[in-house]
Write a protein that binds this ligand. Structure first.
Ligand SMILES: [Zn+2]
Length: 335
């Protein structure tokens, strides 16, 4: 993986980049996450602070949301919140944790605020479609090309978990994949269905059970850091995939390499909006016997790394440079 930095394009300083990227997917959540500024932002942050202060002493709010294990503190923020590393599953998670019903309410209420401004008008959408949504930081054409490098066949079945308003699923479809998608936020999935023809399931668990072993690829972008149990999603992905199918996921980078490279930007990536902070230690544990490659995105991947997905020993991870703000993992389900 020594050559992974060869084609890196320089990203703008993180706060802006991160904000832009996240805003394009979930602008209202970004608004909720902002520190101070207009009143709604402050109210949201203040509520988070007060709630954290009330719950910080509760032992149940210090347990890992992924496996209920205990964790040790690796970073603190605003006195009342901490980032912990689970001793069992190695996930980095923010405490006090959210109950699942609180998390669901956050995505179905907070994410829907200001929707009229967030989603493109029909005229804006036509311009974006003509550009294959290439102006988005999260470039699905690049992901599509990478899927092709991983030999996911044209016409292959691809599942996108957390498709927001569907632009990524639309681009994947344009690149010849047979796409099925899931999204938790009601307004976004309705927009995707009506404006971009996104093919959705509203019952992920049932869909996985009824379609186990039938997908060529499973993709998620900036989702695992939000869900109560990222391991449940990874396990579902591996269940949904055929033998030889590939799991791809991109997340904010929780790795120590990125922390050392830009401590302040790293620190901004965990907190209210991102209750989990995904890194290579957690992914290695979560993927179990599945071999994978993990590196900072975007970067070109050399042939040796690609070969590792096909021939790497069970459970081995090949790590590339990890010192940028997005972390990417590719794993191939064993044949
Ligand atoms: Zn855990």
């Amino acid at each position: 993986m020594a050559r992974t930095s060869a084609s890196f394009s320089r990203l703008p300083h993180l706060p802006q980049t991160y904000c832009t990227l996240f805003a394009l997917k979930n602008r209202s959540a970004l608004r909720s996450a902002a520190l101070f500024g207009i009143a709604p932002r402050m109210n949201s942050k203040l509520r988070y602070f007060l709630r954290s202060a009330m719950l910080m002493a509760s032992p149940s709010r210090r347990a890992c949301p992924n496996c209920a294990g205990s964790g040790r503190i690796v970073s603190r923020k605003y006195v009342v919140t901490a980032l912990r590393r689970c001793n069992e599953c190695a996930l980095l998670y923010r405490t006090p944790t959210d109950r699942p019903d609180e998390a669901e309410r956050f995505y179905n209420e907070s994410y829907e605020q200001g929707t009229a401004m967030d989603l493109p008008s029909p005229a804006e959408l036509e311009v974006m479609k003509a550009q294959q949504f290439g102006a988005m930081n999260n470039d699905y054409t690049k992901f599509s090309e990478f899927l092709r490098e991983l030999e996911v066949p044209k016409g292959g079945r691809l599942f996108e978990y957390g498709c927001s308003w569907g632009y990524g699923s639309w681009v994947f479809t344009q690149h010849g994949y047979d796409v099925k998608s899931y999204e938790i936020a009601r307004d976004r999935r309705e927009y995707g269905v009506h404006h971009l023809g996104v093919n959705l399931t509203n019952d992920f668990e049932r869909f996985v059970n009824e379609n186990a072993g039938t997908f060529d690829a499973f993709f998620s972008s900036h989702v695992l850091e939000h869900v109560p149990s990222p391991s449940a999603i990874i396990d579902a992905a591996l269940k949904l995939l055929k033998p030889g199918g590939v799991l791809l996921s991109v997340v904010p980078n929780g790795s120590d390499s990125w922390r050392r490279a830009d401590p302040e930007s790293w620190r901004q990536l965990w907190g209210m909006v991102h209750p989990n902070f995904i890194d290579e230690l957690y992914l290695t544990r979560a993927l179990g016997s599945v071999s994978s490659i993990i590196w900072a995105w975007p970067a070109s991947i050399d042939d040796d790394a690609l070969a590792h997905l096909n021939t790497g020993a069970a459970g081995t991870q090949l790590l590339g440079a990890l010192d940028r703000y997005e972390l990417f993992v590719a794993a191939r389900k064993p044949h």
